[in-house]
Design a protein around this ligand. Structure first.
Ligand code: KG4
Ligand code: ZN
Length: 342
């Protein structure tokens, strides 16, 4: 049997992070993430600016990933890239780069679904020997700026969405609330920071009643808008006086909405292994609440390191490694897709 290590270059460019990573088998050797400050002044990602920034950043990001990993490009066994879902112009940059490099090096190309890769982020580690990954089957709450899903994961390459949002994603609920509060983009981390010094019981926000394991955040967002309008009418200084309490209460409500459905999913499937993925899984309140469930409800909870929660190429390379082992490759005529179902 051939036991030579497998080196994969992963490329992520679905939204506003240009990222490149090198893995050796299932170990992360490097994970370079170049953000894009250009969107801050617009309060959200501007697609055209995102693709331009990816073009500027992708070559330095790949070079830095190889250098940090101390791997030469001629040692690479395959290139994995995000095919979708995401912004089409941004995806095109990563896809075209991956195709060109795979062709130049004459190595296989592996396409990766960004949302499935977020789940695989739970297996990402630089020190495999000290790390306990989730065991199959497990449930994964994937919460990002564009998605909110509960996924039943049977193996690396077999996953099924068993619940999802009908409208806004949990990350959007954070970002849009932050915008209403006058906080900078992306709002999730800002709300998280302020929530840590606020009282989460100060205000109550409604929990939508949505069937099965699905979610909805659009009514929630409107409820916050009306709440803020009412309070600011009564006291124009309301926000400056109560910002931290509002942040803590909004965050608490989002966490409760998410965890109510995860609890229901655990009951329905009988699976008590619970993992979390996507940018919102960086939220400190959500992480704490999940660990409380581990203690109180007997769940086995897996929370990825911060670096592997928000968009990153390590999860792409790692998912690529599992596809490589299964012999699942793609051809050079592949194109990105903005809406990429499981
Ligand atoms: O997965 P991700 O990096 O990109 C997408 O694929 O969408 O997720 C980005 C989302 C944003 O909505 C951002 O506000 C949110 O993750 N986020 C957070 C935190 N860090 C990032 N939300 C709440 N608390 C955080 N600490
Ligand atoms: Zn993402």
């Amino acid at each position: 049997m051939n036991n030579k290590p497998i080196y994969i270059l992963g490329i992520e460019s679905s939204c506003d992070e240009t990222s490149a990573s090198i893995t050796c088998d299932d170990k992360i050797l490097s994970n370079i993430i170049a953000g894009q400050d250009v969107h801050e002044r617009y309060g959200g990602v501007v697609p055209e600016l995102a693709s331009r920034a990816h073009q500027q950043q992708i070559i330095p990001a790949v070079a830095a990933a190889l250098e940090e990993a101390k791997v030469s490009k001629i040692d690479l066994n395959a290139i994995a890239f995000t095919r979708g879902p995401g912004l089409i112009g941004s995806l095109l940059v990563g896809t075209s780069f991956a195709k060109a490099m795979a062709m130049a090096l004459d190595i296989p190309l592996i396409e990766v679904n960004h949302m499935q890769a977020h789940v695989i982020g739970n297996f990402a580690s630089r020190k495999q020997e000290l790390f306990t990954p989730p065991s199959f089957p497990f449930l994964c709450l994937t919460v990002s700026g564009g998605h909110t899903q509960i996924i039943k994961v049977d193996s690396f390459l077999s996953m099924e969405i068993i619940g999802q949002t009908m409208d806004d994603a949990a990350g959007e609920a954070f970002d849009k609330t932050a915008k209403m509060l006058g906080l900078p983009y992306p709002g999730g981390p800002e709300i998280d920071k302020l929530a840590q010094i606020g009282n989460s019981k100060a205000y109550k926000f409604p929990h939508p009643s949505i069937p099965a394991l699905n979610f909805s955040f659009s009514g929630f967002k409107t409820a916050i808008l009306y709440f803020l309008q009412k309070e600011k009418k009564a006291d124009p200084d309301f926000l400056s006086k109560h910002m931290a309490d509002v942040c803590a209460s909004v965050q608490q409500a989002i966490i409760e909405i998410l965890l109510d459905k995860v609890e229901k999913a655990v009951r329905l499937t009988g699976i008590k292994n619970v993992a979390v993925a996507g940018g919102v899984s960086a939220n400190s309140g959500l992480r704490k609440a999940l660990l409380e469930k581990q203690d109180k409800n007997g769940w086995t909870v897996n929370i990825p390191a911060f670096e592997y929660c928000t968009d990153n190429a390590a999860m792409i390379a790692l998912y690529g490694y599992h596809k490589f082992k299964a012999g699942v490759f793609t051809t050079l005529d592949i194109t990105p897709i903005a809406r990429y179902p499981f």
